[in-house]
Design a protein around this ligand. Structure first.
Ligand code: NAP
Length: 248
């Protein structure tokens, strides 16, 4: 049985990596999909074509997730086209790594805006709609770095630690009217974001992962599908690691 029949999902950053895998996995479970991206139009169109070939509807929308006007426009467009949004996945994210002493204000602001402000804007834009329907599932893509910290990633870690606190707080605001909010904290997942890591660092990470393999976008997508589905109806305010049990 498909888990998301009759539902519509809005996913930020669906053109590549984890967001792409989530969009495809949710479509495979019967959901109609809308996803955003920043600049990779060709990749986004390819994902949309794959989803439509599965018999699902798909909208690929270019919109900066940190821009309030664009965010509100996306949500309105999706509600107008599909009638409702059942699932929001706040996935769009970037890294701009560097040690704090050398980190520019631009590095700090761009990461906090893309990773954290975006979740605030999209959650706010869908919250009233979900509350009025007394149902909905918001899934925020965090990171184990938001729990453990990581040298060279003060900006990224701060954005993900804040996403965790945001997730827990929002679950308490929306829970009474049936809207659930959860987070996924992936470990080391093979995507463009991580492909530039030097081989020796990769080998070291492997030693620190109980399952002795790096994660795939599909590993994260499987959990996102579950959290978005009615199978997770009594789960809210949780941050669930999807990391093969990586050591802190
Ligand atoms: P990725 O391969 O670099 O893909 C990022 C996606 O986000 C792309 O679709 C990109 O669009 C979109 N995006 C970036 N900035 C955006 C913005 N301002 N507005 C709208 N879309 C934007 O990244 P990923 O590895 O799949 O990561 C996805 C999420 O998982 C992020 O939140 C990341 O922090 C988290 N995560 C990843 C890992 C990992 O190991 N990969 C681990 C833990 C957590 P374009 O294609 O148009 O650029």
């Amino acid at each position: 049985m498909q888990l998301l029949i009759g539902k519509t999902a809005l996913i930020t950053g669906g053109s590549r990596g984890i967001g792409r895998a989530i969009a495809l996995a949710m479509a495979a479970e019967g959901a109609d999909i809308a996803f955003t991206y920043l600049s990779q139009t060709a990749m986004a169109e390819q994902v949309a074509t794959e989803i439509r070939a599965m018999g699902r509807q798909c909208m690929a929308l270019q919109a900066d997730a940190a821009d309030a006007t664009a965010t509100n426009k996306v949500v309105q467009q999706v509600i107008q086209a599909y009638g409702h949004i059942d699932i929001l996945v706040n996935n769009a994210g970037i890294t701009r790594d560097g040690l704090l002493v050398r980190m520019s204000e631009e590095q700090w602001d761009s990461v906090l805006n893309a990773n954290l402000k975006s979740a605030f804007l999209y959650s706010k834009a869908v919250a009233t709609h979900m509350l009025s329907r007394r149902q909905g599932s918001i899934v925020n893509i965090s990171s184990v770095v938001g729990i453990f910290g990581n040298a060279g990633q003060c900006n990224y870690a701060a954005s993900k630690g804040a996403i965790n606190a945001f997730t827990k707080s929002l679950s308490k605001e929306l829970g009474a009217r049936g809207v659930r909010v959860n987070g996924i904290a992936p470990g080391f997942i093979l995507t463009e974001m991580t492909q530039e890591l030097p081989d020796e660092l990769r080998a070291q990470y492997l030693k620190d992962i109980a399952l002795r393999r790096l994660g795939t976008p599909q590993d994260v997508a499987n959990l996102a599908v579950f959290l978005a589905s009615d199978k997770a109806n009594y789960i809210t305010g949780e941050i669930i690691n999807c990391s093969g049990n990586i050591k802190s």
